[in-house]
Design a protein around this ligand. Structure first.
Ligand code: MG
Length: 160
């Protein structure tokens, strides 16, 4: 059986710090405020994967009230989510992530993000899509107050 899941996340900018998206450190004046490294791309993707398998959501598995997850790399979260899906008998077929940000320019970093995600999910980069868009200065992303991300994941249930 083929199943689909979707995910969404958004985080506010704060001055300084390290901006990490799709596991890639991106030079910028601001980073994303969060309990973890604030990687909205990977958070949305984790929720899409968990959603496809109906395994709850990221906040349920990794509560931001737990000091254990302070500053944690979201690649570690993605890796844990991948392990949960495997354990539950799901195989990831493909994923598609859209980042919504006015700035910085994300296109140059897309290949590295795809490679990171493919590595964590143990699938070829050809099955990992990462896209970036602006909102033409509209809304909170357009005002450069933060970054949002959407993701969908397709998985196969049952024997591989
Ligand atoms: Mg988040």
């Amino acid at each position: 059986m083929i199943r689909i899941g979707q995910g969404f996340d958004a985080h506010a900018f704060r001055e300084g710090g390290e901006l990490v998206l799709g596991g890639v450190r991106i030079p910028h004046t601001h980073s994303l405020a969060a309990h973890s490294d604030g990687d909205v791309a990977l958070h949305a993707l984790c929720d899409a994967l968990l959603g496809a398998a109906a395994l709850g959501d990221l906040g349920h598995h990794f509560p931001d009230t737990d000091p254990k997850y302070a500053g944690i790399s979201s690649r570690a979260l993605l890796s844990s989510v991948q392990a949960m899906l495997l354990e539950a008998g799901f195989e990831v077929l493909n994923v598609d992530v859209t980042l919504i940000a006015q700035r910085p320019k994300l296109a140059p970093h897309v290949p590295a993000m795809r490679a990171n995600i493919a590595a964590e999910l143990a699938i070829p980069p050809a099955r990992v899509s990462v896209k970036a868009t602006t909102t033409e200065h509209l809304g909170f992303t357009g005002r450069e107050e933060g970054i949002a991300a959407l993701a969908v994941a397709l998985v196969r249930e049952g024997e591989a």
